[in-house]
Design a protein around this ligand. Structure first.
Ligand code: ADP
Ligand code: MG
Length: 321
């Protein structure tokens, strides 16, 4: 199968046809129309087989995840996702794989009315690079630099489940089958918090998505906002699956350091606390207030009022370690 045929068969047909796409797949470039009062928000994330997902991952999950990780970045900026492009490097043309992969990719695109507008297809070790484009009303994007001492700190969903699945896959934890199935689903099919990002846009002071672990992301907010944090671990949202699988301290360690959750971490001032919590309640996504921003440059972790020590080398996934 030639490159052109492959694109036509697996990527050119989709159920999303946005009015703001003047030219989609098929020309040298795509052309999209931007509303006058909107700013373009752009992000790229690459998934490399064996690095960002285990080599035997279901192709449908790979397609889902390639889109999800990018929509999660847009969500962290408070952006509405609109268009994606796909740079796909494949070792060979495997039609069964392509069918599943594109089904996973388009399912999430359709859910958020996101259109695939172009890409590139090359041969080599399996790697998927997606560029996602979104919009925000001019100047309203959320950033990592807006947290201020006294702000409250929030997390959506649960953290640590994807990390628990990875531990089981790599033989570091042994889990009952039903527990494994549940956390594996969280690893393979993360839910980007797209609507949460947009609904907290006018209430939050800063936001970031949790791709490399809660502690690492708190570190990014701390550096970019020049603040510190007091975090109460017993308020960090963790699943029953995680708490029932590991001793308490290990479970919190995983919740703090494991990546791949794609939840949102954000801050809000005391004045906006009620408005923000109301907006979150309307979004229907579970959320928790896990602590407060302070004026130091330290992240202080407490468990039931006692300081919680965590070795610094555990603070997140390091790409070149
Ligand atoms: P060029 O050589 O001019 O870059 P290509 O032959 O690479 O063009 O691509 C032809 C068209 O198909 C372009 O519009 C490109 O954006 C699109 N395309 C290529 N690969 C993909 C892909 N994996 N998914 C979606 N669109 C793709
Ligand atoms: Mg090309």
């Amino acid at each position: 199968m030639r490159e052109f045929e492959l694109i036509r068969q697996y990527f050119a047909e989709q159920n999303v046809a946005r009015k703001d796409v003047e030219l989609g797949i098929g020309d040298d470039c795509a052309v999209v129309r931007l509303a006058e009062n909107k700013s373009l928000v752009v992000t790229t994330d690459t998934l490399v087989s064996g690095v960002h997902f285990p080599t035997d991952t279901d192709p449908k999950a790979i397609g889902h995840k390639a889109i999800a990780v990018n929509l999660s970045d847009l969500a962290a900026m408070g952006a509405e996702p609109c268009w994606v492009s796909l740079a796909l490097t494949l070792p060979e043309v495997d039609e069964a794989w392509l069918k599943e992969f594109s089904a996973g990719l388009f399912e999430l695109c359709e859910f958020y009315n996101v259109q695939l507008i172009g890409g590139d297809t090359t041969q080599g070790p399996l790697s998927i690079s997606v560029t996602a484009h979104g919009v925000v009303p001019n100047g309203t994007q959320l950033t990592r630099s807006g947290a201020r001492p006294g702000d409250w700190v929030y997390v959506t969903g649960n953290v640590g489940d994807a990390g628990l699945a990875l531990q089981a896959i790599f033989g570091e934890a042994s889990l009952p089958q039903d527990t494994f199935d549940k956390v594996k689903k969280r690893l393979d099919y993360p839910s980007p918090r797209v609507l949460v990002g947009q609904s907290i846009r006018e209430h939050a002071t800063s936001a970031i998505d949790i791709s490399d672990g809660l502690l690492a992301e708190l570190g990014h907010l701390a550096n970019n906002s020049n603040v510190g944090f007091n975090i109460n671990l017993e308020q960090v949202p963790v699943s029953n699956e995680l708490m029932n699988s590991l001793p308490t301290e290990q479970a919190y360690c995983l919740a703090l350091t494991a990546g791949d959750d794609y939840e949102l971490l954000f801050t809000a001032s005391d004045e906006k606390k009620v408005a923000l919590e109301t907006a979150m309640t309307h979004s229907g996504v579970k959320f928790a207030c896990i602590g407060q921003v302070n004026g130091s440059n330290n992240i202080e972790l407490n468990l039931e009022g006692k300081p919680f020590d965590i070795e610094t080398e555990k603070s997140g996934f390091k790409h070149f370690s």
